[in-house]
Design a protein around this ligand. Sequence first.
Ligand code: CO
Length: 278
Amino acid sequence: MITCKSRAEVLLMERATRIVQEVLAECVAAVRPGATTEEIDRVADEGIKARGGKPAFLGYRGYPKSICVSINDEVVHGIPSSKRKLREGDLVGLDLGAIVDGYYGDAARTVGAGKIAPELQQLLTTTWEALVAGVEAVNVGGKIGDIGAAVEAVAGRQGYGIVREFVGHGIGTSLHEKPEVPNYGPAGRREAIREGMTLAIEPMLNLGRHEVRVGSDGWTVRTVDGKPSAHFEHTVVATAAGPVVLGFGRYSAEKSLPGVPAFSEYPSAASFRRGAVA
Ligand code: CO
């Protein structure tokens, strides 16, 4: 069943996703050559709890950590470890979820550790643009297939492989709800997009071929050809005025501001630390 959420429900999801975005900013600040992925998990776990949220991934189907950190050829679901150190030039995917009063927020960003190669920067930028295109296709009256078609159009321009085995999803009182949201078309197919539908849109683009495999830990998804992959994710609500991305203060009791926040609108760790009461 696909559930459409009330304003009160979406407000809780806005709070959950706000926590995710703020804590992702802290995690981004912790990404540097020499840091272990376990250290990033600690930032994530403590950051969510300090803000009154609950880590959504910890214990989910037995997942052992609070964040997924996926490096280079790892596509998604990399498990943090004290044995895994980031190196200069690594492409680092950070995927985080939080729960507030039973409602979920889910978002992901990919960043470089230190200076990254131009082809990785291009992959990162294009995956972000694919996310933006996907979000802009969340229109009441449209179809779920429109989202994937929009993602595909952007990814195809660069010839990147689009991961097919993992998809975006409905989200609400569970991390994964119906419908599935693939990152490929065709447009005009699949479920109707209705007002109050909340979706996690999450393109995963590979520098090489699209095929992926799950590793022996049962979680880590890697590209089969060993080439790097990037991942961005937003939690979005469909409104009559258009898609609203949650976690950026664009959805409140007073207003809802459709459209996609610019790359520069992500909170930075410094921006809220400055305003914090130590
Ligand atoms: Co997700």
